[in-house]
Design a protein around this ligand. Structure first.
Ligand code: SMG
Ligand code: MG
Length: 378
């Protein structure tokens, strides 16, 4: 394909309810969308990507303004230079074209994602078909933040269960762990339940985390620090709840290390965190070959990232429900037609590429910044 133009569009979206984790309280999200105009054989299409970096560098080293600057100053120019040198531009070549930039996987993932969507649209092919996914729907889990009281938490969880969500994930931190889990089990019984600590504990907390063992949780996600695979392996030997890694798995290599060390028996795959959907697919394949379950994480994506995640979650190794909830879990108004959760599942979109695009009037309303980069005509 020939890339004509790349736009970096920052949008502002208020959350329907504050979302508190061990590291922050979010009341709004500012996703960075990447719009690519690309052509081939006289046909011109638009491809969309979404950068999952948060506003602050609190979940990962990457953050909104840094990712936008990285794309504007380094990644997009590198891809355009690659193109000007006569090299092939496809989703499969974006990583090579930007390999000289160290790190910045979320920014790279957003660019690769937009090229992937554009390429699939030029081929009139669905992302799910490109992946070889045959399922039409995937189970939909929901992530529930830290609330100010147990009754507030139970009201939230009860609402999501009434809506039909297939699995509940509770955010935990020291002081908000055993009691909320006990309260949810007592009130709602045997629902599929897991917890996410976002790195809030230390290995010396193993006796405390062992107190979660009797609640038969599906998993505990990222209990310890991002860069501490070895201590996760030690913790896994001391608790019965399966250890799942999120923040630690920044690449295929990190996934291979974690599996080899016994640091995780489950992996949360977030395409943005690992550098894109192609790397995400490789982690899925690696985990499947090693008998490690995976599920699709979420970063409060708009309908664009959500649509792509839902298709990815259709791969056979995704044996646990993902954080792929309906748009209304976070947003009163999504930038795309809303993703709808019904009867515990979300549908893989039909249509070429990721099968979704922003609604023009909504996009205009929520855009707070736009950077336009034109390619030189070769
Ligand atoms: O998109 O459903 C979603 C959010 C799921 O809890 C979620 N994400 O650590 O897994 C995680 C968090 C990261 C974002 S917290 C602001
Ligand atoms: Mg997590």
């Amino acid at each position: 394909m020939h890339i004509e133009r790349v736009e970096l569009i920052t949008v502002r979206m208020p959350l329907v309810h504050p979302f508190t984790t061990s590291f922050s309280t979010q009341t709004e999200r500012r996703p960075l969308l990447v719009r690519i105009t690309a052509s081939r054989d006289g046909q011109t299409v638009t491809g969309w990507g979404e950068c999952v970096a948060l506003f602050d560098p609190s979940y990962s080293p990457e953050y909104l303004d840094g990712a936008r600057e990285m794309l504007r100053r380094f990644l997009v120019p590198s891809l355009l230079e690659w193109q000007a040198a006569g090299r092939t531009v496809t989703a499969e070549t974006v990583a090579a074209a930007t390999a000289h930039v160290v790190g910045h996987r979320m920014a790279k993932a957003a660019l690769e994602m937009a090229v992937l969507d554009a390429g699939l649209r030029l081929d009139d092919r669905r992302f799910a078909d490109y992946l070889g996914v045959t399922r039409a729907v995937v189970p939909s889990g929901v992530s529930v933040g830290i609330e100010s009281s147990i009754p507030d938490l139970l009201a939230q969880v009860g609402g999501f269960l009434d809506e039909g969500y297939a699995r509940i994930k509770l955010k935990i931190q020291p002081g908000w762990d055993v009691e909320p889990v006990r309260a949810v089990r007592e009130k709602f019984g045997d629902v599929p339940l897991q917890v996410d600590a976002n790195t809030a504990y230390r290995l010396s907390d193993a006796p405390l985390l062992r107190r979660l063992d009797p609640f038969d949780l599906l998993l505990i996600e990222q209990p310890l620090a991002e860069d501490d695979l070895r201590q996760h392996a030690l913790l896994a030997q001391q608790i019965a709840t399966p250890v799942c890694l999120d923040e630690s798995i920044v690449s295929v290599e990190a996934a291979a290390d974690a599996i080899a060390m016994g640091a995780a028996s489950v992996i949360n795959i977030k395409p943005g965190r690992v550098g894109g959907y192609l790397a995400a697919r490789r982690i899925h394949d690696l985990a499947e070959a090693n008998g490690i379950a995976v599920w699709c994480g979420g970063m409060l994506e708009t309908g664009i990232g959500r649509a792509a995640n839902i298709a990815l979650a259709g791969l056979p190794g995704f044996t646990l429900p993902g954080d792929v909830s309906g748009s209304n879990r976070f947003y009163a108004q999504d930038v795309t037609e809303p993703v709808v959760m019904k009867d515990g599942v979300v549908a893989i979109p039909d249509g070429p590429g990721f099968g979704v695009e922003p609604l023009a009037d909504v996009l205009a309303d929520v855009t707070i910044d736009a950077v336009d980069i034109a390619a030189h005509r070769s």
